[in-house]
Design a binder for this molecule. Structure first.
Ligand code: SF4
Length: 385
């Protein structure tokens, strides 16, 4: 898998596009990539999916595959739910290929321009039907990614299109996002005819021109989330300030009285303010983690939750102990759910461990003990304050 990133990557095109924040490409280029547990997990499951498609294995066969990346210290052993999600992606591609035979490209580097290139998860070109399908797997569960007009997939489609020898034969393009863990439909498709597809290259050119201009403007919006420049972005700070002031001067409008477009506008503004304040929290957390002082705050462990040490072993033992269905499809029930069902007879100390999800910054009045800043280096969690 290719781990390099283009300056204008397809995955961030929703941010640097002409109708979003063209200046973000210039600003984000100043920061290094910082892997976190979500990006490490994403890379691992993409690699697993890629190797399964290449070898014919299923996701559950992952121990037989040579996937060294991320497992162990960086990423824990995949859960039943993780593997079930990857399997949905594999099954869909295999089914589509069976129904509509053609050429399958897996993890193919596609170049749209010198600065705009990326890696398409999978694509199937079926010359007999004239259908080009572009697949994108999303392992994340936090943000539901719609497929219609998705700029990332439009870019991949244009890149894959340029690899086809008889491009005249492409009659339809279908973009497919497979995101099983975010709720809603796991497989989402959006198909366009050739005429509409041929408008995409000029749309991309317009976005590249806007983002490549030395004075490309900064424009805060919902795309600020995950922007690397957000902690230092003056435009975002100003917009958050205006939003906060407007909110306080409009306190006579009770949230429950907001309707329609006014409600939607308030939600958009709230999202910008939240992004700004999240950047403030991240910054304070970083200072505390490095041993600095944030007056009135301290580092504490997140509240621990019980989880199975080994899901497989726990399921086998729980069945022997009278739990009919230890799996709540597609994953094993939590220790709390099993306890509710059979009492604490199923939950013995050899099966569960209480683990905190990391550190968080809390008020000094919080009852949890403070964690020494030297211990903070052992945790890479972002704050959830
Ligand atoms: S934080 Fe928002 S406004 Fe600032 S550069 Fe990033 S996307 Fe643009």
């Amino acid at each position: 898998m290719n781990s390099e990133h283009a300056r204008l990557s397809p995955s961030s095109r929703h941010r640097w596009a002409a109708d979003a924040c063209p200046g973000s490409a210039r600003e984000e280029a100043r920061y290094p990539d910082k892997p976190n547990k979500y990006s490490i997990a994403g890379t691992f499951f993409h690699q697993l999916a890629c190797e399964c498609l290449e070898t014919g294995y299923d996701a559950k066969d992952w121990p037989s595959l040579q996937i060294a990346y991320g497992v162990g210290e960086k990423y824990p052993e995949p859960t039943h739910e993780d593997l079930a999600a990857v399997q949905i992606y594999l099954d869909q591609i295999r089914f589509d290929l069976d129904k509509n035979p053609g050429e399958l490209w897996i993890e193919k580097k596609v170049v749209i321009s010198q600065e705009h290139w990326g890696t398409s998860d999978a694509a199937i070109w079926s010359p007999e039907t004239g259908l080009l399908r572009i697949y994108d797997y999303k392992h994340g569960s936090g943000i539901f990614v719609p497929v219609e007009n998705n700029k990332q997939l439009k870019s991949y489609a244009c890149g894959v299109f340029s690899l086809i020898n008889n491009a005249e034969a492409v009659l339809e393009v279908e973009n497919v996002i497979i995101q099983p863990r975010a709720g809603g439909k796991a497989v989402r498709r959006w198909k366009v005819d050739r005429e509409e597809f041929l408008t995409w290259p000029s749309e991309i050119e317009r976005d590249i021109a806007a983002a490549s201009h030395p004075d490309a403007p900064l424009n805060p919006g919902k795309w600020c989330k995950f922007c690397k420049h957000a902690p230092n972005c003056e435009a975002l700070r100003e917009r958050a300030l205006i939003t906060a002031q407007a909110d306080f001067s409009d306190l006579h409008i009770h949230p429950s009285e907001l309707q329609g477009e006014e409600l939607a506008a308030a939600l958009r503004q709230a999202s910008i303010a939240e992004t700004y304040f999240k950047a403030v929290r991240d910054h304070a957390f970083d200072i505390a983690k490095r041993g600095g002082s944030v007056p009135g705050h301290k580092l504490v462990k997140k509240r621990p939750v019980r989880k199975w040490i080994s899901e497989k072993k726990a399921a086998t033992i729980l069945i022997n102990r009278g739990v009919d269905q230890p799996y709540a499809d597609p994953k094993i029930k939590s220790p709390a759910a099993v306890e509710k069902e059979v009492g604490d007879k199923g939950i013995t100390r050899d099966l569960v461990v209480s683990e905190s999800g990391g550190l968080t910054l809390a008020l000094n009045s919080d009852g949890r003990p403070a964690v020494a800043s030297s211990a903070a280096a052992d945790f890479s969690e972002k704050p959830s304050i």
